[in-house]
Design a protein around this ligand. Structure first.
Ligand code: NAD
Ligand code: ZN
Length: 349
């Protein structure tokens, strides 16, 4: 850049005029900044010198984003402006949407909003369902490739099956437990574990019984429907090794029948998991619901237990669940990977 040539870094406007943020480098390579305000009424220009880029951008804070439409954003400052934008609570305002598109052209705006919500929130709980695990090749229940197309849940995932149809019950769950041995968490599970470590999220509440959040390293996990790998006695509740169940051995304490520690239809949810999830969701200022049809009671009540914002991520549905603040259509792993990229680019951690 030639000396004393002012380069425009950003321009934005309203009905009354435009503002240009400009930079100039002198011989020693030192930057100067100024704001050039052009008043529409009489084309009068006012120039305000500023010592730093921070200072010159300070007019774009809080609600002021919504007063101006962006006209131009230089690639050099997209990251700075984008980071500031992500700190704002997301709003459904045309100007805000336009700013998002200017700062994050290559990203989908919903992904950016999700990233912004995570970055701005001080307590986030993620609630997951079977759709979180389909990309680890575990079928969900209700979609076309799901389990319940092959078997009637009311005949097998019920306490009566332990009592009256044990052989079929034990074979069905035995098969699911064995399938888990060759199943690994996907990148999305690892991203959630990483976010917990970096305090970007607080905890995960899950309806999944596959233990994949735990396997990926998440620590604050509420397994609302229990876990396949926690085998116990159906009669006395004593916990035991998985192998004893796979070999259809009786309980060592009471000779009762062994079963996986999952919640069967008609049973109560584990109290600790439920109370923990509920308390944290009540306290949360952001709840992100990923990969669940929200058909199963009482977990489907949890998203409305928060006063915070709510986001629904699902591969299939877009328009249902209108009570959510934001609907993001996409696969769990893909969405989380994209959000991760935005957060990393914005240096949030
Ligand atoms: P569900 O089968 O009712 O719904 C799954 C939802 O996930 C659907 O809305 C579907 O559109 C969506 N989905 C599928 N693949 C997705 C993906 N890759 N990314 C994002 N969304 C995706 O499951 P649910 O709501 O969790 O309720 C079912 C019950 O089934 C729960 O009680 C749970 O215990 C049990 N279940 C658990 C597992 C598991 O542990 N992996 C698997 C099947 C079922
Ligand atoms: Zn027992």
């Amino acid at each position: 850049m030639a000396n004393n040539t002012w380069e425009t870094l950003a321009a934005y406007g309203s009905e009354t005029g435009t503002i240009e943020i400009q930079e100039c480098r002198n011989k020693e390579g030192k930057e100067k900044y100024r704001r050039v305000i052009t008043y529409m009424e009489d084309n009068h220009k006012k120039k305000e010198e500023a010592g730093s880029l921070e200072e010159v951008f300070k007019s774009l804070e809080g609600q002021d984003w919504l007063l101006y439409f962006p006209l131009y954003v230089n690639p050099k400052v997209k990251k700075i402006l984008g980071a500031r934008l992500l700190q704002q609570p997301f709003k459904t305002h045309a100007a805000y949407e336009t700013w998002l598109q200017y700062c994050f052209q290559e990203e989908e705006t919903n992904i950016v909003k999700l990233a912004g919500a995570v970055a701005a929130s001080s307590k986030t709980v993620v609630l997951t369902g079977a759709g979180m695990s389909t990309e680890s090749n575990l079928p969900d229940f209700r979609s076309k490739a799901g389990w319940w197309q092959k078997i009637d849940p009311k005949s097998i995932a019920v306490p009566e099956a332990v009592e009256n149809n044990y052989s079929v019950f034990a074979d069905f769950y035995g098969e699911r437990i064995k399938a888990l041995e060759s199943t690994a968490p996907h990148a999305g599970h690892f991203i959630l574990a990483e976010w917990e470590k970096s305090s970007l999220i607080h905890s995960v509440a899950t309806q999944n019984v596959d233990g994949l959040h735990r396997k990926a390293g998440s620590r604050n996990v509420y397994e609302l429907h229990g876990a396949l790998d926690k085998v116990k006695c159906h009669r006395c509740g004593t916990e035991t090794e998985i192998d004893n169940f796979l070999q259809k051995k009786p309980c060592a304490s009471c000779s009762g029948r062994l079963r996986p520690g999952v919640v069967l239809f008609g049973e109560f949810l584990p109290e600790d998991a439920w109370n923990g999830a509920l308390k944290n969701i009540e306290e949360a200022d952001l709840v992100i619901v990923i990969g669940t049809s929200l058909e199963v009671y009482p977990v489907n009540q949890l998203p409305r237990m928060t006063d915070g914002r709510t986001i629904y991520v699902n591969a299939e549905t877009e328009s249902e669940h209108g009570s959510f603040d934001l609907l993001v259509k996409g696969k769990a792993k893909e969405v989380l990977e994209k959000v991760e990229v935005v957060l990393r680019n914005m240096s949030f951690y």
